[in-house]
Design a protein around this ligand. Structure first.
Ligand code: AMP
Length: 281
């Protein structure tokens, strides 16, 4: 496994692979890797002859600078996990390498970015599109892997690929959870003991709501999650929306869409967690 820091070196390595007619897969990450990331890497290794993983905490997608400062960084451990998973190339650039000058590009994703994370994290998806497009230009992967944990992000990336007419296929992978149900996240490391204990309630109420969704109305199901989350003293709910899984627009009735997903964002103490559940697909 090669660990590289420069875009020029990355481009020359993938060019060699492409010349040898090898298929190239890319997994973009911000590091502090866990089994959720590794599930993407496993799939990338299985489906491509060359697996590239990027580890880069992208400053332009952090609307909250204290969140950026507190974001966990574990490069040595990440490299060891990636080596074990069979990754071929790890790209770990410094900020100056990715942004030698400010990226002034402004993407527009219309209704997709006006819901859920959009209003709570202004500029977030623009920053995601900036870094992911730079990675796509550098690696030119055949396939790129993203987790459904960041449900809205997958839809935004698909839209970006369409807009930029990039020849990459986006593969989305299911959420990997801790044994108790909490969606794995690098941010979970920041939870203290009480927060970690109570964080499990997010997935618990989502799963519970799925057991009666369809029998109860969509509004009742939404209210069940909102009310129960609201009762937990250390939680502060940003949103819980039940949406069309393709357009991400809220639906009023279960019959309004073929693909229906509930997406939630909650502060658990100081740590903002997101999760989602597929009600219908
Ligand atoms: P991040 O490092 O948080 O930017 O995540 C990098 C990629 O891993 C993104 O595509 C995430 O959606 C994905 N990912 C993060 N956590 C999980 C998880 N628990 N299950 C599946 N994919 C995940």
């Amino acid at each position: 496994m090669e660990i590289i820091k420069g875009i020029a070196q990355l481009k020359s390595l993938v060019a060699q692979a492409r010349e040898a007619k090898k298929s190239i897969g890319l997994v973009p990450t911000m590091g502090a890797l866990h089994a959720g990331h590794i599930s993407l890497v496993n799939r990338c290794v299985a489906e491509n002859e060359v697996c590239v993983v990027s580890v880069f905490v992208n400053p332009t997608q952090f609307n909250d600078k204290s969140d950026l400062a507190a974001y966990p960084r574990t490069p040595e451990q990440d490299a060891a996990m990636l080596e074990k998973a069979g990754c071929d190339i790890v790209f770990m650039p410094e900020v100056e390498e990715m942004y030698p000058e400010p990226d002034t590009r402004q993407f527009a994703f219309g209704a997709l970015e006006q819901v859920m994370e959009g209003p709570y994290r202004p500029g977030h998806f623009n920053g995601v599109a900036q870094i992911v497009s730079k990675l796509f230009y550098a690696v030119e992967p055949d396939l790129a892997y993203f987790g459904e944990k960041d449900f809205q992000q997958v839809a935004i990336i698909r839209e970006m690929v369409k807009q930029l007419q990039l020849p990459v296929k986006i593969v989305s992978c299911p959420i990997v959870r801790e044994a108790d149900g909490l969606a794995m996240s690098s941010r979970n490391q920041r939870l203290n003991e009480e927060e970690r204990k109570k964080s499990v309630l997010i997935s618990k109420y989502l799963f519970e709501s799925r057991t009666f969704a369809g029998e109860k109305s969509l509004a009742e199901t939404k209210a069940f999650v909102e009310e129960n989350i609201g009762k937990v003293d250390i939680f502060r709910l940003d949103y819980f929306e039940i949406v069309d899984g393709y357009t991400l627009q809220p639906v009023k009735n279960w019959e309004d869409a073929d693909y229906v997903v509930g997406c939630i964002a909650v502060f658990c103490g100081p740590v903002r967690l997101i999760d989602n559940i597929i009600y219908k697909s």
